[in-house]
Design a protein around this ligand. Structure first.
Ligand code: SF4
Length: 325
């Protein structure tokens, strides 16, 4: 969010009002358009009614280097998710895939604004909203309050790429860095992994809009991201992530300066997942795509050692501190 927005906080409030209208009387804030009457307390497919559930907010050092930097990314994990992948890699904080308890704390918009300011005071390079899609009306309202009180660091929008175009357009000028996933591009894999048929169409449209708003990924002299598009893709076992098609889609963006993160860290989050989600990725399934990406000569790219998949187990201690153990 640029400093100029401090003078147009009424504009932010009107954007929040417009987003709120997308939730009423039947919610269509995300591409599921499930129609839940959230104001009456009904939970939608995202598992959230009209509350603002935050799983945790902290300085996070495990993101890509231009996002975490040396002082951490002020990361706010929202509970719930419109997509609901069966293998959610963040299920402890997003939505339950087992009987394990999920962290959540319902906040007011004022409390969320204060949390963002607190993270800024602790030195965060940015505020990163993780999976904000289904609570966007509240998050933007909180942003207006925080801006009025002096929030001035970059806003990072970190999501699964499953975004309603009308909602995204209302973020124009408020988000500095978009960090969406592109998860898969076939209806078949989308249904198998998340039960939604329209992800491929939706994510392509969302990418176009995000690119229109922020363009190439730009870093400051210290290597900290200040603006632009950074796309993530998690390679899944058994070809479930359509990685060849995803790289075809991303190539024009990469050649124009979008950053990309090709991840190999998939792990089966629970027992009983259907094959091939019940196993890790192999080198044969990752390395050809890595070579293909490097052939595109990206300006900014992040890759992972395959071994990282065996060490990535996000977990929280009793204080809500995030560990990559
Ligand atoms: S945001 Fe939630 S309630 Fe609204 S349409 Fe999406 S899944 Fe349904």
């Amino acid at each position: 969010m640029s400093a100029s927005y401090l003078s147009i906080r009424d504009e932010i409030s009107s954007r929040a009002d417009a987003l709120q209208r997308l939730t009423f009387p039947r919610c269509r804030l995300c591409p599921r358009r499930c129609g839940a009457n959230r104001a009456s307390g009904h939970r939608g497919d995202c598992m959230v009614a009209d509350e603002l559930p935050v799983s945790v907010g902290l300085l996070h050092f495990g993101e890509e280097p231009p996002i975490s930097g040396s002082r951490g990314s002020g990361t706010i994990f929202f509970y719930g998710c419109p997509l609901g992948c069966v293998f959610c890699q963040n299920h402890q904080i997003s939505r339950p895939v087992s009987t394990a308890p999920v962290l959540r704390h319902s906040m007011s918009v004022e409390e969320l604004a204060d949390l963002m300011l607190e993270l800024q005071d602790k030195g965060a390079h940015n505020i990163s909203w993780v999976t904000p899609t289904h609570v966007l009306h509240h998050a933007v309202r909180a942003l207006g309050i925080a801006a009025e009180k002096g929030l001035e660091i970059a806003i990072v929008y970190n999501s699964g790429g499953y975004e309603e175009l009308g909602a995204l357009k209302l973020l124009d000028g408020l988000v500095d860095i978009y960090m969406p996933d592109v998860k898969w591009l076939t209806r078949e894999n989308s249904m198998f992994c998340s039960g939604v048929p329209n992800y491929p169409f939706t994510v392509k449209r969302a990418l176009e809009e995000m690119w229109r708003q922020v363009g190439p990924f730009v870093m400051n002299a210290n290597g900290i991201g200040v603006r632009g598009l950074l796309v993530r893709h998690l390679v899944l076992p058994g070809g479930l992530s359509d990685t060849g098609m995803v790289l075809d889609l991303l190539e024009p963006y990469i050649r124009k300066g979008a950053a990309v993160s090709l991840m190999s860290q998939y792990y089966p989050p629970r027992e009983g997942l259907a094959a091939p989600l019940n196993r890790h990725l192999t080198a044969e399934e990752y390395e050809p795509y890595l070579e293909r990406l490097l052939d595109m000569d990206p300006e900014v790219a992040f890759i992972q050692e395959l071994e990282s998949q065996y060490s990535y187990r996000p977990d929280f201690d009793s204080d809500g501190v995030f560990h990559d153990v």
